[in-house]
Design a binder for this molecule. Structure first.
Ligand code: TYC
Length: 115
């Protein structure tokens, strides 16, 4: 969604020595919310197929994209699965960790602020 300028109320009139009036109007812009990338970390034990399924299920990727992300993690140690607002990112982390522990795998997942 685009950032709409918010106009603050106009300052009360200031009387100068010549009775002139100064009206001040400054445009305020709200900052976009901090976003978070959810990353998976490599380990030596979690099966590749499980990681692909996790990326498909919790990050809504198709099988080919999920496989590419998994291989990147496997080769480079870490990979970004998605970018979200803070609460959604934390929920993704919780969901991945719960599913992994339930399946008996040590897969690690974390949320990191970006920019
Ligand atoms: N390295 C794991 C293996 O060889 C696969 C793996 C990939 C594990 C990505 C975790 O986030 C991960 N079975």
């Amino acid at each position: 969604m685009a950032n709409k300028p918010v106009k603050p109320p106009v300052a009360p009139p200031q009387s100068g020595s010549d009775d002139s009036v100064v009206l001040e109007r400054r445009t305020q812009r709200v900052q976009p919310p901090q976003m978070y990338q959810v990353v998976l970390l490599n380990d030596d034990f979690t099966p590749m197929e499980f990681v692909v399924q996790v990326i498909q299920e919790f990050f809504s990727k198709d099988r080919e994209t999920a496989t590419q992300i998994m291989l990147k993690i496997h080769l480079e140690g870490k990979g970004v699965c998605g970018i979200y607002s803070r609460d959604v990112a934390n929920t993704k982390v919780d969901q991945v960790l719960q599913a992994s522990r339930q399946a008996g795998h040590p897969l690690q997942c974390a949320s990191e602020p970006i920019e």
